[in-house]
Write a protein that binds this ligand. Sequence first.
Ligand code: PMP
Length: 372
Amino acid sequence: MTQSLTYLDHNATTPLKPAAMEAMKALLLLPGNASATHKAGRAARAAIERARAQVAALVNAGPQAVIVFTSGATEANNLVLKGAGCERVLASAAEHASVLQAREDIGMIPVLPDGLVDLAALDRMLAGNTAQTLISVMLVNNETGVIQPVGKVMEIAKKRGALVHCDAVQAAGRMPVDIQALGVDYMTLSSHKIGGPQGAGALVMANCVAVAPEISGGGQEKNMRAGTENVSAIAGFGVAAELAAEDMEAYQRLASLRDRVEAELKKAAPALHVFGENAPRVVNTTMFAHEGLTADTQMIALDLAGVCVSNGSACGSGTVRASHVLKAMGVADDLASCALRVSFGWNSTDADADMFIQKWTEIYKRRQKRAS
Ligand code: PMP
């Protein structure tokens, strides 16, 4: 089925890489529970520990770091926000829902019109702070691709004695991610955004500051995430992490596809808005809107043409709510309701970009004709 599709929704999920699938297949046939001490159990344990090392390497986690495997980034974000033991949590207004909805008492750090977190506002929010505080700022925004100045967030946090969590789900595999260089305390990763299977993720704890578990019972993952490990998914995640590190340089070719889409669309529609255009952005993502051309109209026409894109974050799709990220950037609801996200991935081709440009231009021209 995927052959006839032009799949440009890699930020929602990116296809499983063949080598990850092979590793998974082998482990699906293995009967071992990783907690068992017999040969089969030890083989399962070895697969998990191999994956842990592969994930650690992707983000340059040091020897003191602890990696907890979870069911995905949503769980990892919940685990750290609820379990880090901080009285106060501040998060950027552009964070993923799994951060923003993990607690009811989150203080919102505003973002600027280009999508970058407002560092001066963060500094003000921390002035005179006495509570143990956790700051959560993502490395790359899933909707706009904007790269946040997490190093600068870290400097401010250090000065004020706060901990920092970074959701690096959309950064891993797309740009170099070095948890030691960033200096953050916690980092979240997701398998299915880097070519591993859905349903696996990790919380990386740089300084081994343990978190209270969300799920108790079996003592797995150093008592931070009970339950028999999903060995094949974790192994697939590990292989995907290793490949993501190896393929990082080649991945940068996607900038030319993204840039071509933006240039061609603007040529056809000079009034096109590209969100976060002047901020640093990851190479695979573009989010744009044209006044009067609603996301629904575009999505329906593109879907009929076999082109898969998103009208914001996948979790928000199917609802008519304007993207909270665009809202936070000060984009008016009318324009936000026209926003489309195109995200390329490891198997995207020039032909995919061409197909999108052709189909989108047709939709735009049809609308112009009707409006005239
Ligand atoms: N954080 C970000 C930035 C994301 O893009 C996503 C997935 N849309 C998540 C967290 C949640 O990841 P998962 O699907 O692994 O729960």
